[in-house]
Design a protein around this ligand. Structure first.
Ligand code: FES
Length: 156
């Protein structure tokens, strides 16, 4: 087992911040039409020195173990960050102590990145979100594959 897989296993033994946040200020949901996995992230903000700061973050994943492990790391990492700082984080940075995502697992981290960006600016099509060819995840799944990984925002 690789060091990365070992860290994922350790993280999954005690995942942090899993579950719906009833008092969240914002929620972001994304899906990967390529693997069919989905991830939702909730954010609660506070204000510190006049800046919008993430007080808490939580997630729910209908996805693979790597996505859950990255989301666990990311939701811990986000506490205390400003919304602007958080918006700049990419999948690799959000993986934190798990280490570098292996090539086959990058889209799992991008699912977390996409959910975070969607929660931070729901109306914005973030960098992690590629243009959507249809209005629904189901429609996208059946769209012809373009050979690149797509993470798309989903409606609630
Ligand atoms: Fe799709 Fe990991 S296999 S998110």
């Amino acid at each position: 087992m690789s060091e990365f897989e070992e860290k994922v296993r350790e993280t999954l033994a005690n995942p942090q911040n899993q579950g719906e946040m009833s008092d969240a200020d914002s929620v972001g949901t994304v899906g990967s039409p390529d693997c069919g996995d989905m991830l939702r992230m909730w954010l609660k903000f506070t204000e510190k020195d006049g800046k919008k700061v993430i007080d808490r973050a939580s997630f729910q994943s209908f996805g693979c173990q790597t996505a859950i492990a990255v989301a666990s790391m990311a939701t811990e990492m986000l506490k205390g960050m400003t919304a602007d700082e958080a918006a700049k984080l990419d999948a690799q940075e959000l993986s934190g102590e798990l280490g570098a995502l292996p090539p086959m697992k990058i889209h799992c981290g991008q699912l977390v990145e996409g959910a975070l960006k969607n929660a931070l600016s729901p109306d914005d099509s973030s960098e992690a979100s590629q243009p959507n060819t249809s209005n629904t995840l189901a429609g996208d799944i059946h769209a012809p594959a373009k050979g690149s990984i797509r993470i798309v925002p989903l409606e609630d």
